[in-house]
Ligand binder design. Sequence first.
Ligand SMILES: Cc1ncc(COP(=O)(O)O)c(C=O)c1O
Length: 398
Amino acid sequence: MSPPDPLLAWRAEFPILGRSTYLVSNSLGAMPRGVPDRLAEYVDAWAEHGVRAWARGWWSMPGQVGDLIAPLLGAGPGEVVMQPNVTQAQAIVLSAVRYPAGRNRIVMTALDFPSVRYVFDALATRLGAEVVVVESEDGIGIDEDRLCAAIDERTALVCVSHVLFKSAHIVDVARVTRHAHAAGALVSLDAFHSVGVMPVDVRAIGADFLTGGVLKWLCGGPGGCFLYAAPEVTATLEPSLTGWMAHARPFGFEPAMEYAEGAYRWLGGTPAIPAMFAAMEGPRIVAAAGIEAIRAKSMRQTSRLVDLADARGFAVHAPRDPVRRGGTVALDVPHAYEVAQSLLDRNILVDFRPGAGIRIAPHFYTRDEELEDAVAAIDEILATGAWTRHTGRSPVVT
Ligand SMILES: Cc1ncc(COP(=O)(O)O)c(C=O)c1O
């Protein structure tokens, strides 16, 4: 008999867990049952106070919700502001850095999330920058020796993922940051797949910027992303992708920009208020559950998944060493897309990524039996040919 798992007590906070096998928190975390009340607060304030709701708290939400999340990434009060999405937050970082001749390179990796690459590739040339992409040898990890070798006195910015989205490989970002700083470059981390499922200490890492979102591991819903900027960079850099919320006196409606002193200088236009109401519950629960306990359980359960896959001969598209593995295990089984759809038919919620397979993401509220059931279902779907009813359909994002 395995010892009782105190984290399972949190299941009661997430209604969908009673109705499905929810193994997709790497895409969209389960909704806490307190969210409807938070959204009702938003609706009530709008209905009751109308435009006065802005002055009764809405204007300060990008910073207040940022302060709530800040401890989960090791940041201090006033260092994190909310953003609508990570792509835009990283674009704001890109727009703040200078790219003079001779120091105009941006170093990224081939396994970073494509959306961030799209905006960097599209804007870099116009800003006089050049994107340098470090390839992966095995499609799972990024070799830090190679990554560091690509960072030199020509590098202005290093923009890499903390945990790679397809394989969950953890990049040694502290080492990369030390190397980048020694070369005089800034570092911006995409921590979407680390914050909420493992301890993150941005100050210990030393990164200049860090972005993430609440919708996956923090169970806070879409629209609640965040940007941390180290106080030194906030004091010296001015993003050109900006807006009136970043002005020192937004309500002065002055013709010329004067950037706010603190983290508000990283904002743009009117903030997405409902998303921030929804965003508050999940991070509160994750913090209360305890990130060390969440990481310990995640390592145990992802190891269990690897063992279950090995026992059946399924290819594992994830690091073998749990210390280098984030919260997801991708199983590259035959007909992975169709099998993933068949799992959804059985109310086992997972997703599929091309080149990686079926991503299975246990979280602190996952029972061990749910992992056994999911892998047994894959076996059964393959053995019975149930997957064939999904052939010929184009991949969809779940
Ligand atoms: C690592 C990573 N970065 C960026 C993104 C894109 O984020 P957004 O849609 O908030 O721009 C994702 C989305 O899944 C992601 O996994």
